[in-house]
Design a protein around this ligand. Structure first.
Ligand SMILES: O=C(O)CCC(=O)C(=O)O
Ligand SMILES: [Fe+2]
Length: 355
C-alpha cells in the first residue's frame, strides 16, 4: 500500500551489510536466569486455574514461591518509589523553559499542531490545547493526512517548529544534576503529561486508519483503542549517547517525532527491519527524522538508530499500547511472537484453556 501526500521525510533502503539483526536482551546484560520467570508463570497459572492448587505442593516449595512473589512485590514497590521520588524532585524545579511547557492552558492549538492535524481532530485553531484535549476527537479524516514513506511506516506533519524548539528547551532545562542535558527525559517526570496524552490521541487516530486489527477488540466487541502511553525526549550526539542498538518496543504502535531539522545532524537514521513473528524483510529501511514530522511504526518492528556523526539529533518518542484490548487478552509470549492474534488454541492463557 503506498499513496498519499508528500511529507518532507527522507527514506532509503539499506544494503545488507548494514542489516539490523540483533536483539536487546536485558537479562543477558543483568545476568538474571530465565528460569525465575518460568517458575512464577507455572505457579500463577496453577493458582489461577485450580482451586486449592497449593495443597498439592510441599511446604518448602510454597515457601520458595512466597519468597519469589515477595521479591517481585519488593521490586514493584521500589520501582514505584523511585519513580515518585524522581517526579517529586523534578516538580520542585521551576526553570522557565520547563514551566512554559508544563502549563497546557497557555498553549493554543495552532501553536502546537499543524493546521491539517488540528482540522482532522476537529480542534479550533484558536482554542486552548487543554480544552481541546478534553474534547473527544473526530474519528475520521486521518487516512488522508498520512504518507507511507515505506511499507507499513506512516508519517504526517504534526508539530509546529517553534513548539519543537519549546520541547527541546524544556527537556534541556531539566538537565541532570551535573548540568548535562538528559539523554532521555520522560514527559511524565518533566510534568508535561498533556503532551504524551496528545501523542496518544494522534497515534490512536493513525492506528485506527492504518492498523485497525493491531489492538484487537475490547470487551464489547468493538476495535480496542490505544489507551496507554509512555513518552520521552531523546538526545543523541557524537559525544554521549550516539546510537541505539536493534530492539523492538513494548508497544503496539510507536510514534517518533523529529524535533530538529534533518540538516542539523549527520548519520542518526532510524533503521527499520522486520516485524516479530513474520519473515525478515529483504532490505532494511532508513528514515531520517525531520522537524515536526511524526513517523508511526509497529512497536514489534525491529529498529535501531544509526550512529550520529555530527550535530545533535533530538526526537520525541511515544510508546502506545492497548491495555484493554490486546494486552488484556494475549499473554506476553503470544504477544511478542505475534501468535494467532490472541486466539492460539495451544496457549494456556487462551480461550481453549479458560472457557
Ligand atoms: O531515537 C529514535 O529514533 C528511536 C528510539 C527508540 O527506538 C526507542 O526509544 O525505543
Ligand atoms: Fe524503539
Amino acid at each position: 500500500m503506498r499513496r498519499l501526500l508528500p511529507v518532507a521525510l527522507m527514506s532509503r533502503h539499506v544494503s545488507s551489510s548494514a542489516r539490523i539483526t540483533g536483539r536487546i536482551n536485558e537479562k543477558i546484560r543483568t545476568g538474571h536466569p530465565a528460569a525465575e520467570l518460568a517458575f512464577l508463570q507455572h505457579a500463577l497459572w496453577g493458582l489461577d486455574h485450580y482451586p486449592d492448587y497449593l495443597r498439592r505442593w510441599q511446604d518448602k516449595d510454597v515457601e520458595t514461591l512466597e519468597s519469589a512473589l515477595e521479591a517481585v512485590l519488593a521490586k514493584v514497590r521500589a520501582q514505584r518509589l523511585d519513580a515518585r521520588r524522581e517526579c517529586d524532585a523534578m516538580a520542585a524545579k521551576h526553570p522557565e523553559a520547563l514551566d512554559a511547557l508544563r502549563d497546557a492552558a497557555t498553549w493554543r492549538v495552532d501553536d502546537v499542531v499543524s493546521p491539517r492535524v488540528a482540522k482532522a481532530l476537529g480542534w479550533a485553531p484558536g482554542a486552548g490545547i487543554a480544552d481541546a484535549l478534553r474534547q473527544p476527537p473526530k474519528t475520521n479524516g486521518f487516512w488522508g493526512l498520512l504518507s507511507e514513506p515505506e511499507d507499513d511506516v506512516y508519517s504526517l506533519d504534526l508539530f509546529r517548529p517553534d513548539f519543537c524548539a519549546a520541547i527541546i528547551a524544556a527537556s534541556d532545562a531539566a538537565a541532570e544534576d551535573d548540568g548535562h542535558p538528559r539523554p532521555r527525559a520522560n514527559l511524565d517526570v518533566l510534568g508535561v503529561g498533556w503532551l504524551a496524552d496528545l501523542l496518544l490521541i494522534v497515534a490512536e487516530q493513525v492506528a485506527a486508519a492504518a492498523w485497525p486489527r493491531e489492538t484487537l477488540v475490547d470487551a464489547a466487541g468493538a476495535r480496542a483503542p490505544l489507551d496507554w502511553r509512555h513518552a520521552y525526549v531523546l538526545r543523541y550526539a557524537p559525544s554521549g549517547r550516539d546510537s541505539l542498538v536493534p530492539h523492538t518496543d513494548d508497544s503496539e504502535v510507536t510514534v517518533n517525532v523529529g524535533l530538529v531539522a534533518r540538516e542539523s545532524f549527520a548519520g542518526g537514521d532510524l533503521l527499520l527491519g522486520g516485524v516479530r513473528g513474520q519473515p525478515d524483510l529483504e532490505e532494511d529501511v532508513a528514515i531520517t527524522p525531520d522537524l515536526g514530522v511524526a513517523t508511526f511504526h509497529l512497536g514489534r518492528r525491529l529498529h535501531a538508530v544509526d550512529k550520529v556523526l555530527e550535530g545533535e539529533r533530538r526526537v520525541l518518542i511515544c510508546w502506545c499500547r492497548s491495555m484493554n484490548g490486546v494486552r488484556s487478552r494475549v499473554c506476553p509470549c503470544c504477544w511478542m511472537n505475534r501468535r494467532d492474534n490472541g486466539d492460539a488454541r495451544d496457549c494456556v492463557c487462551g480461550d481453549a484453556w479458560n472457557s
